[in-house]
Ligand binder design. Sequence first.
Ligand SMILES: NC(=O)C1=CN([C@@H]2O[C@H](COP(=O)(O)OP(=O)(O)OC[C@H]3O[C@@H](n4cnc5c(N)ncnc54)[C@H](OP(=O)(O)O)[C@@H]3O)[C@@H](O)[C@H]2O)C=CC1
Ligand SMILES: CCCCCCCCCCCCCCCC(=O)[C@@H](N)CO
Length: 314
Amino acid sequence: MFGLFSKKWNPDGKHVYITGGSSGLGLCLAHILAKKGASISIVARNQTKLDEALVSLEALRVSPAQKFAAYSHALATAPEAVAALDAVCAPYGGEAPDAVFTCAGSSKPMFLVEMEEQDLVEGMSNAYWAQAWTAWASAKKMAKTHKAGAKIVLVSSTLGYMSFVGWASYSPGKHALRGLADALHSELMLYGIDVHIYFPATMYTPGFEEEGKTKPQITRTIESTDEGVTPEQAAQALYKGVVNGNAHITGDLITSLFSAGTRGAAPRSNWLLEAVYDMVAFIAIPIWRSSVDKQVVAHRAEHQEYLTQKGYFS
Ligand SMILES: NC(=O)C1=CN([C@@H]2O[C@H](COP(=O)(O)OP(=O)(O)OC[C@H]3O[C@@H](n4cnc5c(N)ncnc54)[C@H](OP(=O)(O)O)[C@@H]3O)[C@@H](O)[C@H]2O)C=CC1
Ligand SMILES: CCCCCCCCCCCCCCCC(=O)[C@@H](N)CO
């Protein structure tokens, strides 16, 4: 219960379920865990990408006892998430996985005033429900079978701590995941189940390429302060945070500052470091935000022109 005495998590021989395990962060995490001796089940929609991911996992096998499996399911509704979990558990006699990592998700950055109703609804589905239903289904299965020591790990974003122009359909879902993780961290103690949540900043993944297709220039400019990392680096930070038992996991300085500056009641990972980050954030975040405000205001004329070109005012 107390950080000092808790044992580090060891994935060797465990069954780990990774949603979004066919690409980007989820795939890199699957690779790390395969090398550590875990059995891995991945779920995503596209069968070809799942097949390719399975081949890459086989190549990393360290024990004949490891099982690797992939299932094609969409995850943004409750019945789909339950069906996916049932398929994943079937080869294990229906038993819940030892750990569930919900990496599935996507974003479509754009201006709110250009969004249709569907964009906001899908934004919530792809950022929140694509993970929340799996967390819900997994928690039930784990609790019913008294799966003490099991883990549920959600994947939010730096945009789960803060937000800015372009992210109105996505950051609400990532903030919501934080609320879910904090609530579950408390409730699932009743069953000895650990809950973690990861807040990655920019990761150069296929998903990042995809969101670039709609990302407004002003959003790109604001984000350019963030250097970004490879999905391998991001997965390593996630893995390390889970092994160490951190409730909120960050892998870069910028996100660590926003985390310390908006911590709420989440358990701390490193008291001293977070106190320093909190003091830095107290000064640096308002300065950064006012510089962003200036950039946005300076962009007014160009934006007006952009909307006029698109016939927005006619
Ligand atoms: N890249 C970035 O800069 C950042 C990403 N994130 C978050 O990290 C997570 C991983 O992103 P990333 O690796 O970049 O993305 P990728 O697009 O590279 O991978 C996403 C994975 O999730 C699957 N997936 C997406 N939506 C669904 C769905 N509705 N049902 C089932 N599977 C789904 C995809 O497969 P398929 O399409 O075949 O279903 C794919 O396997 C996401 O939650 C994202 O929001 C957070 C911060 C930064
Ligand atoms: C404290 C002072 C310094 C602040 C500097 C801040 C720089 C901006 C960081 C923006 C990071 C945005 C990550 C988006 C990740 C994401 O979720 C999308 N790519 C969707 O996949």
